[in-house]
Design a protein around this ligand. Structure first.
Ligand SMILES: [Zn+2]
Length: 260
């Protein structure tokens, strides 16, 4: 198989059932998946997440606190996260963001915890993995703050609509596309693709969620990033090989610590 390797830029491998991790990675590698980014959702996950990365040369991680878990963020956690990010396998801050759909943490707490993580990312010159759901206005207010002008980010599993996409694109952010682009009714996800520069596109599975067609409703696996890439190729009017080469280049440009 001579197709260029594709990279799953967002898969929660720590959420796979015990004993399935190795098989899931091998199944993906057999289909030409050449790298995996594993986002933590809590600092308490960091040791487990880093352990997975250190056992696999093709797995890297983001370390941070998900908006659902913003209430776990304590005084001193910015320092703790700074220390954890010194690990060579920790290539980004995240998964961090805002989620006003579930509101598992109070909104002002989500915003404060996000701001502390972005401050640290800028200081360390690391990119961030951003989760954004039903929080476009608050998220745009954050990215417009002058203090975050140098932020580098992947807005993962992007479904924020065209107006949001246009501002994020103009600011040079990357958008990650998941199995949602294969869903028949997801025109609102696909419609942003023509506005993106090729250099701003990433592909992901969001394992174990959002399995693409034809696995919809089943647990997602990193091997299925191939279906995401194939659909992206159709939407962009290019070949799968071009999509995999392009998105892998984009991955290592954004997550440059993984290329070191
Ligand atoms: Zn995630």
């Amino acid at each position: 198989m001579s197709r260029p390797a594709i990279i799953d830029s967002h898969c929660h491998l720590q959420n796979l059932p015990a004993g399935e991790l190795e098989a899931a990675l091998d199944a993906a590698r057999e289909r030409g998946v050449g790298g995996f980014l594993l986002p933590a959702v809590r600092l308490a996950d960091a040791d487990e997440v880093l352990g997975i990365c250190h056992r696999h040369s093709d797995v890297w991680c983001a370390l941070g606190v998900h908006p659902h878990d913003a209430l776990t963020w304590q005084d001193g956690d910015q320092e703790r996260l700074r220390g954890l990010l010194a690990d060579p396998k920790a290539v980004a801050v995240g998964e961090c963001g805002l989620d006003f759909y579930y509101d598992h943490s109070p909104r002002e707490v989500q915003e404060r915890v996000l701001a502390e993580q972005w401050e640290l990312a800028i200081e360390l010159d690391l990119p961030v993995v951003v989760h954004n759901r039903d929080s476009n206005d608050a998220m745009l207010a954050m990215v417009r703050r002058p203090q975050f002008g140098r932020l580098r980010a992947d807005f993962h599993s992007f479904a924020g609509g065209l107006a949001m996409a246009r501002e994020l694109i103009e600011r040079g952010f990357y958008l990650g596309f998941s199995g949602m682009i294969t869903f028949p009714k997801a025109d609102n996800v696909r419609e942003v693709l023509p506005f993106l520069a090729a250099e701003q596109i990433l592909v992901e599975t969001d394992t174990p969620y959002l399995a693409p067609v034809p696995y919809r409703g089943k647990p997602n696996r990193p091997a299925y990033v191939v279906e995401v890439g194939e659909r992206l190729a159709v939407e962009l009017g290019c070949s799968y090989s071009e999509v995999s080469a392009l998105t892998s280049r984009n991955f290592f440009r954004l997550y440059s610590k993984a290329a070191a």
